[in-house]
Design a protein around this ligand. Structure first.
Ligand code: MN
Length: 150
């Protein structure tokens, strides 16, 4: 039986929801990231997907990774930049970002403010891959990407 208390979780600033735990970005430190936290807003077995809210402090970043599963992202707080494949794009509040399968991606809070986004993802998904040295070296030959990574 569903607990009625969980059917409506009110938003309260700064970007927290009732009875939603604020957790580390990832449960292990096997991948590099900086100053980022995770809140799982919805994890409904009937939907087969989860909606998470990630937020990084100014200067923080998510892991540079790729995987078979896709992401649907809405920027909800602040602005910054994201890497999508070999392109760096500026993003701001309410922008929508689609991340296709096997596309390198990373978000960075480059604007001196926190950057927060909703991320929809399959419940059952493959484990992210990290770039090897050759991939990183290739990405760094692209001036915009090199500047983004440093
Ligand atoms: Mn990802």
């Amino acid at each position: 039986m569903t607990n009625p208390e969980t059917l409506l979780r009110r938003f309260h600033t700064p970007f927290r929801w009732d009875n939603v735990e604020r957790r580390p970005y990832k449960d292990d430190d096997s991948a590099p990231f900086k100053a980022i936290a995770r809140q799982v807003l919805f994890a409904e077995p009937e939907l087969g997907c989860e909606l998470r809210y990630f937020e990084m402090d100014a200067g923080g970043h998510s892991t540079l990774e790729r995987h078979e599963h896709v992401h649907a992202v809405m920027i909800l707080r602040g602005s910054g930049h994201c890497l999508l494949g070999e392109n760096v794009r500026a993003v701001q509040q309410f922008d929508l970002v689609s991340i296709p399968a096997w596309t390198w991606h990373q978000f960075r809070a480059t604007a001196g403010t926190p950057l927060g986004f909703l991320c929809m993802v399959n419940t059952s998904r493959d484990r992210p891959q990290l770039p090897d040295a050759a991939t990183l070296a290739h990405l760094r030959t692209i001036p915009d990407v090199a500047a983004f990574l440093d």
